[in-house]
Design a protein. Structure first.
Length: 145
């Protein structure tokens, strides 16, 4: 299996070049921890985007999305025109009121997938979508005589 791509919203480099020699190594760690807690709400990105990982092997393409605290019933998936759209809502009680967070992400997938045989599993806050490739897209062995 090979990693096709991994995307995470709001990516930025950990260290800028001029600061490498002048600052403490702990400063970068403190900044990253502060950024992590400022940019998330219970593990979900506050900008409404879902971190995903897309992988593929000879038989399938896989999309893995992190959705901590989201109920299985609140996840909607749609596969159309070479894109998998993941939509989720998360309800969280804050004091005496309830807040709702909406998340969505569209990910391009290989064109040659069998949409009718796609499967999704959700376990421990991680959604895994398996998209079988069409027979024409799978590699075939050729015998040498």
């Amino acid at each position: 299996m090979r990693l096709v791509r991994y995307t995470y919203p709001n990516y930025r480099p950990l260290v800028s070049a001029p600061d490498v020699l002048t600052r403490s190594p702990w400063t970068g760690l403190e900044e990253e921890i502060s950024r992590l807690f400022a940019a998330t709400n219970g593990g979900l990105a506050t900008d409404g985007r879902i971190p995903v990982e897309v992988r593929e092997d000879a038989a399938n393409a896989y999309v893995r999305a992190e959705l901590p605290g989201v109920r299985r019933e609140d996840i909607n998936l749609e596969l159309a025109e070479g894109a998998l759209t993941i939509m989720a809502t998360r309800k969280q009680k804050v004091g005496d009121r309830e807040e709702t967070f909406s998340l969505s992400r569209a990910v391009s997938v290989p064109e040659a997938v069998q949409a009718d045989k796609a499967a999704a599993a959700y376990e421990n806050g991680v959604l895994t979508v398996t998209l079988p490739k069409a027979e024409a897209a799978k590699p075939h062995k050729i015998a040498v005589n």
